[in-house]
Every structure is written in structure tokens, then in C-alpha cells.
Design a protein around this ligand. Structure first.
Ligand code: FAD
Ligand code: NAI
Length: 465
């Protein structure tokens, strides 16, 4: 078969590239090896983790918040098999939805492992070993990423788990040890803590969520601690030993010093992810990678003509919507249209409770770059809706570049802020100043009024606090 575009990998990068390519009239095929479309995101990432976060949040609210709102619950108990089942149903429904979208846009879905087998040729090996070759004018590599491991610590996905195993534990562990205070550690740590586990998070650095605005990160840590999560910062795990039913975890200060042994039933290794490019035939095809295996690109083009790379397997934030953005852009470029990703406006959300959301530059980045900026802040405690809903933790911060008078970043923590960050993204895309946001009428009473207030704060006319 001969195609305009052959995409290797059916995650958010690959399937969005396929949909857009199909819409633009390109003859397109997508190759996926896991038997289901949707990639990490739909199968073992964004979607199953959010299904468990949502359900466990309800469970905790029913235990802890309902009584104060006058809702009495008797005989409340956890039905973990049902919680896992509804998560799996969400995944199944959405992966089937992606398959439907392939058909709708006339994209051929080829099941199997793809490998670049020469210029314009992709060989696909099916599960039964059968092989076929697809001819392609353009190849898009969208093979994503897999969890990074720790030397000497073998992941069995039952007691020592990656995020994949942590999404499918059949029992609530009594003690869960999380290695890495990044997004996965805090989200999945929150799930199991809400369901009853004692959660300890061991982090190499002396702060959680590196890369996040420092002030927001400090608030997040304080809130998570108040909820019962224990943090061991500036510590590294050196070994995990299985003894009977328990795991003996050796940790020592990152800067060196006396080690300690902590006990756990389950250990979650969440120290980042690495690109998945094994057996892709990159070398033979002349596609260059960096030392860590990420595919090097220039405006999404690899070092080999006619081969593009998008999403987690190349540089940048490892986020589904970043992969999607690149997928759309590459499809447009291949179709001879305009294509551009604005890397300054890729939002990040951590789906803990409260949520954390940020976009653009952090204060730390602006200081390091020597940019003169103004900041406006507003505490959720002073937002009428947050207080009324018993969700007063958090704040909103808006950052404006003094020279350009444009908003260059916003960082927030609070209930549901993941839905609020889109407002800032749109404002930034339109080159808004803080005053533009401050003079835009926001509905009352809503959490989004906190954004308006923080924006007023940039020019010194905060009204509600
Ligand atoms: P992937 O989604 O990894 O898809 C790549 C696909 O390619 C895979 O299905 C793989 O099987 C297939 N493949 C690989 N090699 C081959 C080959 N040779 N032939 C055929 N197929 C191949 N991001 C967010 O934005 N929001 C979130 O809330 C979020 N939550 C997450 C939670 C967890 C627990 C994890 C692990 C990740 C989460 N992410 C989240 C990150 C997000 O999942 C990734 O950034 C996103 O999936 C990357 O998309 P991608 O298309 O580049 O790669
Ligand atoms: P991460 O990069 O977010 O965090 C890893 C953490 O582990 C860091 O704090 C790091 O300092 C620490 N660490 C590294 N080595 C360590 C060691 N040896 N001992 C102790 N700590 C160590 O990676 P994470 O959480 O694994 O997530 C992977 C990717 O998945 C992220 O890049 C993220 O973008 C994506 N993701 C996104 C989500 C979202 O958007 N809500 C949710 C979950 C994952």
C-alpha cells in the first residue's frame, strides 16, 4: 500500500496527526502495536489516572466534607473493584472513540509494530509475526515514552510498580512509598492516600514538582501534607529489598550521609519517563537522537528527509496536548499549509485536590532571564465561591512583562483551576495585558473571579482582598 503519510504510534500525537491529515485529504495510515489506539494517555496515563482521581475525590469528600455540608452518609465503604471497573470502562469507551475517528477520517489503522525499513518504507510486524510493508511519502514518528527505571530496582508491576501498575492495584496498600515528587507521584499518591494508604513520597531534590512556580509548589506541598502525605525531600532511594510481604526501602540524603530503612507494601517508581524508540530502525534511516534517546528535530523535521517526530519521543514537555499540537502542525505542514506550535503557551495541570495549573513563564524563569515583571496575586480564601464551597486553599498569580505590557505567565492552585487556565491561554494568544483581563467582566460567584482579581493586582487595584 502506498500513502501520503504513515504515522508510527497511535497516542495523542499520532492519532490527532492522523485525523488532521485525513481531514486535509492526505492518504493516511496509523500503526499501533498495543492493540488499542490512544497511546499512553488513554490506556495507562491521563484518562485512567483522572478516572481514579475523580472517584477517589468523591470518596474522600463523602467521608470528610459531606458532614460539614449537612449531608449524612451511613455505611460508606470502598468498592475498589467497581472503582477500577469504571476506570477501565472510561478507557475502553474513549479508545473505541478514537478508532471510530480513524474510520470517519478515512485513516487506515494498521495493528502491529512499525519499523522504518528504508527511504519511504515502513515495515509492520503483526502480533502473529506476519509482515507487510507500507510505502510512505512522509513518515511521522509518534512512538511516545515509557517509565524510567532506577538501577537495581526491578519493576514487577505488582509490589514495585510504575504508573501502569499503580493504576491497577487490586488492594489498597497499607503503606505506599512513592519515589519522585513529580506529577505522577503526587496524583497517584493522592489516589491511594484517599483510599486509605499511608503515603510517603521520597524526592531527590529539596522541593516537590521541579519546574513549577516555586510559590505555588510550596502551597501545594503544605496542602498535601495537611491531607496526610509525608515528604522525604533531599533523599534518594538506594535499594528496595523484598522480605516476605513487606518491602524494605533504603534511603539516604541526596548529598550523602547516614542511610535509613523505611517499610512499604508497595513502591511506586515515578522518576520521569524516557522516549520509546527501540527497534524503530532510526540509525539505518539516518534519524538522529540525543544522548538520552530523544529524537532531535528542527520544526518537527528529523535529520532524515521526509521523516518527522512529535510528542513524547522528541524534546519538550511530556504532555498529551503538546503531542496533539505537534501532530496537528505536522499534518498541516505535510499538506502544504501553515503549521506552528506556540511553545510559550502550553498549559500544565496537576490533578491533585486542589488542582495546580500554570502556563508561560514562572517568576523564577523571569528572574533568571533578567526580565522586569509585575505580579498580581489573589488568595482563594478571599474568593466567595471557593469559600462557600469549602475549598479555600490556593491562590492565583498573574505575571506581566513591564516592557511589553503582556501577560507572560499565570500560576494557580485551587479547586478546578485546571479548567480555568484556558482563559489565560486565550488571553496570552491574543497578547493581552493584565488590564485586559482585569477589565473583562467575569461571572459572580465563580472561582474565575480570582483570575480577574489577580490581574487587577498587577496594576495595584486589587479590590476583594
Ligand atoms: P504515547 O501516548 O506514548 O503514544 C505512543 C504510542 O506509540 C503507544 O501507544 C505505543 O504503543 C505506540 N508505539 C510505540 N512504538 C511503536 C512502534 N514501533 N510501532 C507501533 N506503535 C508503537 N499528559 C497530560 O497532558 N495530561 C495528563 O493528565 C497526563 N496524565 C498522565 C498520567 C500518567 C500516569 C502518565 C504515565 C502520563 C500522563 N500524561 C499526561 C502524559 C501523556 O500521557 C503523554 O504526554 C502523551 O501520551 C504523549 O503522547 P504521544 O502520542 O507522544 O505518545
Ligand atoms: P516528573 O519529571 O514530573 O517528576 C519526577 C520527579 O522524580 C522529579 O521531582 C525528580 O526530581 C524526581 N526524581 C528523579 N530521580 C529521582 C530519584 N532517583 N530519587 C527520588 N526522586 C527522583 O516525572 P513523572 O512524575 O514520572 O511524570 C512523567 C511525565 O508524565 C511528566 O513529564 C509529566 O509531564 C507527565 N504527566 C503529566 C501529568 C499531567 O499533566 N497532569 C500527569 C502525570 C504525568
Amino acid at each position: 500500500m502506498s500513502y501520503d503519510v504513515v504515522i508510527i504510534g497511535g497516542g495523542p500525537g499520532g492519532y490527532n496527526c492522523a485525523i488532521r491529515a485525513g481531514q486535509l485529504g492526505l492518504k493516511t495510515a496509523i500503526i499501533e502495536s498495543r492493540g488499542k489506539l490512544g497511546g499512553t494517555c488513554l490506556n495507562v496515563g491521563c484518562i485512567p489516572s483522572k478516572a481514579l482521581l475523580h472517584a477517589s475525590e468523591y470518596y474522600e469528600a463523602a467521608r470528610k466534607t459531606f458532614p460539614s455540608m449537612g449531608v449524612k452518609v451511613e455505611g460508606l465503604s470502598l468498592d475498589l473493584p467497581q472503582m477500577l471497573k469504571q476506570k477501565n470502562e472510561a478507557v475502553d469507551g474513549l479508545t473505541k472513540g478514537v478508532e471510530f475517528l480513524m474510520k470517519k477520517n478515512k485513516v487506515d489503522y494498521v495493528k502491529g509494530m512499525g519499523r522504518i525499513a528504508g527511504k519511504g518504507r515502513v515495515e509492520v510486524t503483526a502480533e502473529d509475526g506476519g509482515k507487510q510493508v507500507l510505502e510512505a511519502k512522509n513518515i511521522v514518528i509518534a512512538t511516545g515514552s515509557v517509565p524510567a527505571g532506577l538501577p537495581g530496582i526491578e519493576i514487577d508491576e505488582e509490589r514495585i510498580v510504575s504508573s501502569t501498575g499503580a493504576l491497577d492495584l487490586q488492594e489498597v496498600p497499607k503503606k505506599l512509598m512513592v519515589i519522585g515528587a513529580g506529577v505522577i507521584g503526587l496524583e497517584l499518591g493522592s489516589v491511594w492516600r484517599r483510599l486509605g494508604a499511608e503515603v510517603t513520597v521520597v524526592e531527590f531534590l529539596d522541593r516537590i514538582t521541579p519546574g513549577m512556580d516555586g510559590e505555588v509548589s510550596t502551597v501545594l506541598q503544605r496542602v498535601l501534607k495537611k491531607q496526610g502525605m509525608t515528604f522525604e525531600l533531599g533523599q534518594k532511594v538506594t535499594a528496595v529489598e523484598k522480605t516476605g510481604d513487606s518491602l524494605q526501602v533504603s534511603i539516604e540524603p541526596a548529598k550523602g550521609g547516614q542511610d535509613r530503612i523505611l517499610e512499604a507494601d508497595v513502591v511506586l517508581v515515578a522518576i520521569g519517563r524516557k522516549p520509546f524508540t527501540a527497534n524503530l530502525g532510526l540509525e539505518g534511516a539516518g534519524v538522529r537522537t540525543d544522548q538520552r534517546g530523544f529524537i532531535e528535530t528542527d520544526h518537527h523535521r528529523t535529520s532524515a528527509e521526509g521523516i518527522y517526530a512529535i510528542g513524547d519521543c522528541t524534546h519538550g514537555l511530556m504532555l498529551a496536548h503538546k503531542a496533539e499540537e505537534e501532530g496537528i502542525t505536522v499534518a498541516q505542514i505535510i499538506a502544504g499549509q501553515w503549521g506552528h506550535v506556540n511553545y510559550d503557551i502550553i498549559p500544565s495541570v496537576v490533578y491533585t485536590d486542589p488542582e495546580v495549573a500554570g502556563v508561560g513563564k514562572t517568576e523564577e524563569e523571569l528572574k533568571a532571564a533578567g526580565v522586569e515583571y509585575k505580579v498580581g496575586k489573589f488568595p482563594m480564601m478571599a474568593n466567595s465561591r471557593a469559600r462557600t464551597n469549602h475549598q479555600p486553599d490556593g491562590m492565583v498569580k498573574v505575571l506581566e512583562d513591564v516592557a511589553t505590557k503582556r501577560v507572560v505567565g499565570a500560576h494557580m492552585i485551587g479547586a478546578g483551576v485546571g479548567e480555568m487556565i484556558g482563559e489565560i491561554c486565550v488571553a496570552m494568544e491574543f497578547g493581552a495585558s493584565a488590564e485586559d483581563i482585569a477589565r473583562t467582566c467575569h461571572a459572580h460567584p465563580t472561582m474565575s473571579e480570582a483570575i480577574r482579581e489577580a490581574a487587577k493586582g498587577v496594576d495595584g487595584w486589587l479590590m476583594q482582598a
